[in-house]
Design a protein around this ligand. Sequence first.
Ligand SMILES: Cc1ncc(COP(=O)(O)O)c(C=O)c1O
Length: 458
Amino acid sequence: MAHFPQEPFRIKAIEPVKLTTRQEREQYIAEAGYNLFKLRAEDCYIDLLTDSGTSAMSDAQWGALLQGDESYAGAKSFFRFEDAVKRIFGMPYVAPTHQGRAAENVLFSVTIRPGQQIPSNMHFDTTHANILARGGRPVNLVAALGLDPKVRAPFKGNIDLERLEQFIAIVGRDNIPMGMLTITNNSGGGQPVSMENIRATSDLLHQHNIPLFIDAARYAENAYFIKLCEPGYQNKSTLEIANEMFSCADGALMSAKKDALVNIGGFLTMRDADLYQRVCNELILREGFPTYGGLAGRDLEVIARGLWEGLDESYLAYRIAHTQYLGDRLVEEGIPILEPPGGHAIYLDAKRFLPHISQAELPAQALSVALYVEGGLRTVEIGSVMFAARDPDTGQIVYPALELVRLAIPRRVYTQTHLDYVVETCKRVYANRETLRGLRIVYEPPLLRHFTARFEMS
Ligand SMILES: Cc1ncc(COP(=O)(O)O)c(C=O)c1O
């Protein structure tokens, strides 16, 4: 039986939500062109679109807002923020940005030349698009295990080191400005990367003089998985584990909207003084002066506190078990999910959920629409809408290996009753799965199409 963990907090402020009728939801989703990003949030009863920027802040964080120093340059809030980042990430240079993709934009604008390639276990959508926008090529080399949704194994976010070695041999060091690891692997099921794999990736890249950058959006959840599952780490603190992970890297970028438990913010941190100088020049042009980087002083204050709260072990034990509860309940009902449950989300396996809908008819998008109509759940497609693309060499459409619907869980927001309601909604859709039909795209922009595409029932 699935076990719901005890919360290491109690509730001090609430936000009312309302459940609309099925008829209303059918109307709203049709008006939104069957794109859940276009719904009004108030028309979603349980919003699992993302865990990004949706955390409930603590009383300490709300209190810290008043201490925001809004000086243009050299604000006290910057130094508190910088101190937290330096103590966790262990690198000498820190540049705030307004969110994660801004950190990607700044970093790639000063490191990528057109035609260069960036290997990773798996790039997230904004990382992928920001590399393309600079004329680069994102390459995903997650280990084969990570692409099999049925296998229950730890560390399915690991990169395939053999393929990475072959990739370096073929592409050549001069065409690889950096290697990356996304921890945890968001596009691949929120699966963690082991310390052994982080270290081996770092060693291999460094043998070829290629720097390693970590996409650290969910580094604290990754650290906790290492503590739970990797031999030798049970008695280490999550701070010690984080320090060790980042000691393998030359730099990191973070969307603070995830494991720093805030609603907006991000940053870059790095070891190289010359790179930092180039980052600062770009930052001033695009984001703001290097001691605020597109954020208010109060945002820097809440990130500084949120980084520590996000590493707290009683919080992380609850967080990982909370997500696992939802996954275990769905498995108990026979609903196909990507196994094992990830850190921040449960991913429904749309290929097994809707085997009668081909990838060309966007089964994961069709499933996310059905979940909204059935129970007012907002989820997100991570499948062909997000990642199918024409191969630049052959012109053929290449479909992604995984066709998923992500149920991302906002931090410290939903109770057991909310999660039980999610399970009941999924059960009803699963019972009627044979009646669902696919979708086709009627409008798409050139990049990041999932945000604004419109669909029709096929
Ligand atoms: C792994 C990863 N990297 C980067 C980003 C981009 O961050 P942001 O949404 O703050 O721009 C995200 C956001 O979801 C993410 O999950």
